[in-house]
Design a protein around this ligand. Structure first.
Ligand SMILES: C[S@@+](CC[C@H](N)C(=O)[O-])C[C@H]1O[C@@H](n2cnc3c(N)ncnc32)[C@H](O)[C@@H]1O
Length: 233
């Protein structure tokens, strides 16, 4: 089996572990790859729908992983018990769903050694959500598939909520800057485009526009642009 792009980056960020839980597993390619490469001893692949679990079962059979991968039906972290898995992955879902599923089983998320999150949308919600609940972001990286960029966040629970951060770091993670991620400039360019559209939209709706929101969005746009320039972009 060959993993590329998004799934390969998620795999690369999994620390060696005992029991890996993949929430919203669908085809279960990620836990299968992790087992085949001995990144974990056992995997629990969970999904809320039976169709994806049937696909997961085909993967289990194809790679003869019956004794090392368990498939469980249920929403979010419900199918796993507290302290059961040391690494929990939520990938390929929107940021709203990912944060909701963690919140619904926050004790299980806190009890894991780490969470690996790969939000497809609303990614800017994920960092503040983690900080407010006492999770620290240990690593984050970018990858691409074609011209689409993806980010993966690795977080662990410290029990110490963070109370202060800059708005820009909700969108552009500090670790991406610190590690000089090779795709950071492209990631920034995408967000600058998005931010320009937000500012333009607010300006067009000038009559009804909330002045303080407009100045906030303009400030964010100029910070994103400055950051890109500081990186030589
Ligand atoms: C786009 S697939 C992502 C599959 C895989 N994680 C990946 O990154 O390639 C999203 C999967 O999440 C599942 N899902 C959606 N809501 C869920 C929930 N509340 N709990 C568990 N799984 C869920 C869907 O059934 C689907 O199989």
């Amino acid at each position: 089996m060959v993993l590329k792009g998004r799934l390969k980056l998620i795999y690369d960020m999994i620390p060696a572990c005992d029991i890996l839980a993949d929430i919203g597993t669908d085809h279960a390619l990620l836990p299968a790859y992790a087992l085949l490469h001995r990144r974990c001893r056992k995997a629990i692949a969970c999904d809320v729908k039976t169709g994806p679990l049937e696909r997961a079962m085909r993967t289990v059979k194809k790679y003869m992983l019956e004794d090392r991968m368990e498939l469980r039906l249920g929403s979010g972290l419900e199918p796993i018990s507290e302290h059961e898995s040391d690494v929990i992955i939520l990938a390929g879902m929107g940021g709203i769903l990912i944060t909701r599923l963690i919140q619904e089983s926050i004790n299980k998320a806190e009890a894991a050694n780490c969470l690996i999150l790969q939000p497809m949308t609303n990614q800017e919600l994920v960092r503040p959500f983690l900080w407010e609940r006492g999770f620290e972001i240990k690593d984050e990286r970018l990858t691409h598939e074609g011209d689409k960029l993806y980010q993966v966040i690795l977080a662990y629970y410290t029990g110490k909520p963070r109370t202060k951060w800059e708005k820009i770091n909700e969108i552009i993670g500090e670790k991406l800057i610190k590690n000089e991620d090779p795709l950071l400039k492209d990631w920034l360019k995408n967000h600058i485009k998005k931010q320009r559209r937000i500012v333009l939209g607010l300006k067009k709706a000038e009559a009804n526009a909330d002045r303080s929101q407009l100045s906030c969005e303009e400030k964010l746009l100029s910070e994103l642009t400055d950051l890109l320039h500081s990186l030589g972009g």
